[in-house]
Design a protein around this ligand. Structure first.
Ligand SMILES: N[C@@H](CCC[C@H](N)C(=O)O)C(=O)O
Length: 294
């Protein structure tokens, strides 16, 4: 008998086949299992999403993405779950991937992807690139959110070799630490502790940025609910916004993450953050939802 397992947990009884086509996509190695619930709802519970996202007992991914019918003004609704089952408000790399999928279906060059945080217009560019308008950066402490009224440009937080991050929201919460030498930071050790620091009531994605030039930075993100990833689009948005606020870069910069580069701009006219980068499909298949914990 087939058995589904939750990460770190025991097996669960097979409840019968629920066969669903899926696509495995990624943006710079930030990878997604994508299922389509636009025509009919799918029983994707937080536990089931977590089990499928598990890299040993499931397919494995950084985020589990469910496409849902679009609300007015959008072409698709994108629901985002982290590997711990939590729901995220934004995912920059998945926004480009899902936009490309829907645009290709329609033969369009522009689509609007809606998440629980808002509507994000995305356009096709030459060279297989996609540019997403990730909306305005939100800079108020209640918007991040932080636990108390502090200056989001200098959050009173320090751990080991890092201190004094800047915080903002791209729909989801981010803090960026600026460091001299990214290679000297014990990311896996301090990442989870910072993610769960009480200053972040909804936890936070933690960025570690090393400025290389006024138009270039290296960035690694410890993602909320996911851990270290090869790239984080919303983290790159937060990185450029916080670097500009600190006077460390100009409004346009290349952000180099372990999985590759994103071209970022924090537009002066309206405060929106523009993110340009590639998309990819790794493989497609059929998933038996019934084999996973419900
Ligand atoms: N990989 C994403 C961000 C995914 C959500 C994040 N872990 C959160 O919980 O906010 C990106 O490309 O932005």
């Amino acid at each position: 008998m087939l058995r589904g397992r939750v990460p770190g947990g025991g097996g669960t009884a097979y409840i019968g086949a629920i066969m669903v086509p899926f696509r495995k996509m990624h943006g710079l190695g930030n990878d997604f299992v994508v299922v389509d619930a636009r025509a009919a709802a799918l029983p994707v519970t937080p536990a089931r999403a977590a089990a499928i996202a598990d890299r040993h007992f499931g397919i494995g991914c950084d985020q589990f993405i469910v496409l849902e019918p679009p609300p007015p003004g959008a072409d698709v609704f994108m629901r985002i779950r982290n590997p711990d089952g939590s729901e995220a408000e934004a995912c920059g790399n998945a926004t480009r991937c899902i936009a490309s999928l829907v645009a290709d279906e329609r033969g369009a060059d522009r689509v609007v992807v809606r998440t629980i945080a808002g509507a994000l217009p995305v356009e096709r560019l030459p060279g297989g690139l996609w540019r997403a308008d990730m909306g305005p950066a939100r800079l108020g402490w209640q918007e991040v959110p932080l636990a108390r009224a502090v200056d989001t440009l200098h959050v009173p937080l320090a751990l080991g070799p890092v201190a004094d991050p800047a915080a903002c929201s791209m729909g989801n919460p981010h803090a960026t630490f600026f460091v001299d030498d990214l290679d000297a930071i014990p990311l896996s050790e301090i990442g989870p502790r910072l993610e769960h620091d009480p200053i972040f009531p909804e936890r936070a994605n933690i960025g570690f940025a090393q400025i290389l030039a006024p138009d270039r930075m290296r960035l690694v993100i410890w993602e909320r609910g996911a851990g270290l990833t090869l790239a984080c689009g919303s983290g790159a948005c937060a990185g450029i916004v916080n670097a500009v606020r600190r006077g460390l870069t100009g409004r346009r910069a290349t952000v180099t993450m372990p999985g590759g580069d994103l071209i970022m701009e924090w537009r002066e006219s309206d405060g929106h953050v523009l993110m340009t980068g590639p998309v990819a499909t790794a493989f497609s298949g059929t998933l038996d939802l019934g084999a996973y914990a419900s």
